[in-house]
Design a protein around this ligand. Sequence first.
Ligand code: M6R
Length: 363
Amino acid sequence: DKAGHKHFMAKEIAEQPGVIGQALSHYLSDAGDILLPDAGIDFTQIDRITMVACGTASYACLTAKYWFEQIARIPVEVDVASEFRYREPPIPARTLAVFVSQSGETADTLAALRYCEGRAQTILSVVNVPESSIARESDLALPIYAGIEVGVASTKAFTCQLTVLFLLALKAAHQRGVLTDEALADHVSALRGLPSVINAALEKNNEIRDAAQKLSHAQDVLFLGRGRMFPMAHEAALKLKEISYIHAEAYASGELKHGPIALIDENMPVVVLAPHDTLFDKTVSNMQEVMARQGKVILISDSDGLADASEGVWATIEMPRISEALGPILYAIPAQLLAYHTAVAKGTDVDQPRNLAKSVTVE
Ligand code: M6R
């Protein structure tokens, strides 16, 4: 049942404030403590984290790397499962292995998990389907409470994965004594406000649809982001490829001049994800290099960012302001809606894109 929406994907995008709220209510006590099921996990006994997943779930891992490293000060390695499993990497003692999967049945991710059995200290999974193989074979499985996701393009599962991974990073940081009670309380209060901030982002639907209308004529699109926005650039590019069949690539903004800037001309739209944070000025200077070469820029930022840097850009999308740490969860919304409206403008099959399956149970 699409609940009045044209596509499951549209319904699932709209459900995000509600399901993120659900996930938060399962993992946060009224007093703001982070609750993990069973015995949880002792992060003081962990020296490093290896995260493994495929597709969108792997971008959730790449985002979480920033949180675990910056907030909890734990080194993190992220790999896609199809590479990890055949590389047979050494797994040092005191490694936590984390597997992220919506379906919990992705063949490569399951094989990577089995490789870590008996090697990693603890196997933890973040899944949407609690009865899945990946959940059953883990020492600890954290459900994301996104509800059934029908659209092949993952949307609400992604933001719920991010929410649960962020909570886990906070838990780790607090246990390890690198996050004070006050700082934890600040993060928790920002998290509690996330559903309403996401609602405000969803209200930018028309603005995003107008930008998508422009993108729908492109052959190729480049997505740029720095820091926490770099994984989000990847996610935005994957969403666009997957459902609109437009070729899209993501680059770390700072990599632009190491090659991809050669592609820039008036036919190459470049989507820049740049909240007004500590890295904003750097990203904007890369964006200006694009515009100096006649590249057409769609800038996604907040009111401060747009006030500073929207001169001469092709289109803007204004996001609400948000804490720096939670930026990626919010910026997933315009990434999803941009892909969605571009696909609708092109008339492609949004919920069942060609050649794709919801769950990839063969390698
Ligand atoms: O069920 P999983 O989360 O393990 O699936 C992983 C990928 O196949 C999946 O995220 C895929 O990339 C999506 N179609 C992206 O929208």
